[in-house]
Design a protein around this ligand. Structure first.
Ligand code: HEC
Length: 137
């Protein structure tokens, strides 16, 4: 009798331990991803928002972004109707209030349907500078 109870207790303990390990793994992962984005928010744009960066950004934007986000960034590009989601208005407060780092990170992560383009980090920072021009006055 005693043995049977002991076995049950051991089984229960093992089960609790596994559940505990699983939960802590999941929450550790969550913390890691939060940390990444906090770092991203604070990333500094290595390029001053000057005319040169702006022109480079405009060039990349024409190639990779204009077809959805449109000439004035309001989301009316020629391909905007082919994607299911509403294409974000890049001049909106929701976008413009984000830090350069945040926008850089989002362009890099490129949540679907945004394409994972082969643009370099430098080009992404220039695009961020360019996007600032869409801010509504
Ligand atoms: C195939 C169409 C498409 C292309 C090309 C595209 N986007 Fe987007 N973009 C979208 C859609 C749709 C959303 C809104 C849906 C979402 O955020 O998941 C969006 C959202 C965004 C956001 C807002 C993210 C947020 O929610 O804060 C930014 C910034 C952005 N795009 C920048 C860019 C830049 C820069 C490029 C070029 C490198 C680009 N996009 C290319 C379709 C596109």
């Amino acid at each position: 009798m005693k043995n049977k109870y002991q076995n049950q207790i051991v089984t229960n303990l093992v089960f609790i331990l596994i559940a505990f390990l699983f939960i802590s793994m999941v929450s550790a992962q969550h913390e890691v991803s939060l940390k990444v984005s906090k770092v991203a928010v604070k990333m500094k744009n290595p390029y001053p928002a000057d005319q040169y960066s702006f022109e480079r950004g405009r060039h990349s934007y024409q190639i990779d972004c204009v077809r959805c986000h449109g000439k004035s960034g309001n989301g009316d590009g020629t391909n905007s109707e082919k994607v299911q989601q509403v294409v974000s208005d890049l001049g909106s407060d929701a976008i413009q209030k984000q830090t350069d780092g945040e926008l850089f990170w989002k362009i890099s992560e490129a949540r679907r349907p945004m394409p994972l383009t082969e643009i370099t980090d430098d080009q992404r920072w220039d695009i961020v500078n360019f996007i600032r021009a869409f801010k509504k006055k």
